[in-house]
Design a protein around this ligand. Structure first.
Ligand SMILES: *Cc1c(COP(=O)(O)O)cnc(C)c1O
Length: 358
């Protein structure tokens, strides 16, 4: 169970309560420093959600009406929702066999209106960040990383979210770094961007009585910063435990090819396995079979963003993004979290194996 061991959190809340500093303040700053050190970024600020971190990042780069942002449709709603929230237009490109933005398709999507590339660390894996950053530099574009599922992950030793200009993270309960409700984080190495984002997050305030520009309230709460600070201490362990489970599941499922297709796991990529997703043949029937056998399987997500009702005016149709659509029809998310046992993994492999051999 999450937070089975919450004594430390309660103890730190008892430190906070008498101070009555329930917005920003030293507990938030302490976590911002700890998270910056953890990911290896110069500057971090806490936000109230990952969605707000994405909106704040796009705002900070001056992105707005008429601008195009190259991103993916194989992600959670918020990636695209944030782009639309600042008045810009999402331009979706297809994914590769690891469900990540296909860097080979970026250049063909660039127009005179393109301002930024917004890759997603989908499921906690990483797209080819070095290549994406190099392409952005070549074309004078900014890179905002949706690393909402990324804390604990890296590419060639560089933490997810620290490759581009700005990294965005969520601390929703389903993410590897989570709080007891909503929370988010944003990182950058650029002091000017940091200073602007810090002000915008807090109404554009320079002091209690003055604002420099119009901002909003996107603040991380100190109560949650304390939770995040405690959970941060276990993120590496959690990711390592999930990786061990994934290693066993991958090995078992690879034997079922072509019924099950396990993605490649390139060396030097550390994935958080926020979601453990495998493509399966005959998905609908397998899902019912898993459910009947007490296995909690899910689909993230059956309808990719470009085929959502919200995307109608963007002009995509079925066939626009073949790999994204094929994966949306075939992927199942299986439990691989740190609380499952070897026996449960064996059971899961047995149930799936029998489904295809009977
Ligand atoms: C969770 C998530 C978000 C949104 O984060 P919230 O904190 O729930 O607002 C955005 N993008 C991705 C890829 C996510 O997984």
């Amino acid at each position: 169970m999450q937070f089975a061991n919450h004594e430390k959190i309660l103890a730190r809340w008892k430190e906070l309560i008498p101070t009555t500093q329930f917005t920003l303040g030293p507990f938030v700053e302490e976590f911002e420093r700890d998270f910056a050190a953890f990911i290896g970024a110069k500057y971090v600020i806490g936000t109230n959600t990952g969605t707000d971190a994405l909106i704040l990042a796009l705002k900070a780069l001056g992105i707005g009406a008429g601008d195009e942002i190259i991103t993916v449709a194989a992600t959670f709603f918020a990636t695209s929702g944030a782009i639309v929230a600042v008045g810009a237009k999402p331009v979706f490109i297809d994914v590769d066999d690891r469900y990540q933005m296909d860097a080979n398709l970026i250049e063909a999507a660039i127009t005179s209106r393109t301002k930024a590339i917004l890759p997603v660390h989908w499921a906690g894996a990483a797209p080819d960040m070095p290549r994406i950053v190099a392409l952005a530099k070549k074309h004078g574009l900014k890179v905002v990383e949706d690393a909402c599922m990324g804390p604990g992950g890296s590419v060639f030793g560089k933490h997810s979210g620290t490759h581009g200009d700005i990294g965005c993270y969520s601390m929703h309960p389903l993410k590897p770094l989570h709080v007891m409700g909503d929370g988010g984080m944003i990182s950058t190495d650029d002091e000017k961007i940091y200073t602007w984002m810090k002000k915008y997050r807090n109404h554009g305030m320079v002091d209690r009585d003055h604002i420099e520009f119009w901002g909003v309230n996107m603040r991380l709460q100190p109560l949650q910063a304390i939770v995040a600070g405690e959970v941060l201490k276990t993120v590496k362990e959690t990711v390592a435990a999930r990786s061990r489970n994934v290693f066993k599941l991958d090995a078992g499922l690879a034997k079922l090819a072509p019924h099950a297709i396990v993605p490649s796991r390139p060396a030097d990529y550390i994935e958080t396995f926020s979601l453990y997703m495998i493509q399966f043949e005959n998905r609908g029937k397998l899902l019912r079979h898993l459910e009947a056998n007490g296995i909690e399987a899910k689909v993230h997500y059956p309808v990719p963003l470009h085929l959502q009702q919200a995307a109608t005016s963007l002009g995509y149709k079925r066939g626009s993004l073949p790999k994204t659509e094929q994966q949306a029809d075939r992927l199942i998310s299986l439990p691989a979290h740190q609380y499952i046992t070897d026996a449960q993994i064996e059971y899961m492999l047995d149930v799936i194996g029998k489904f295809y051999t009977n």
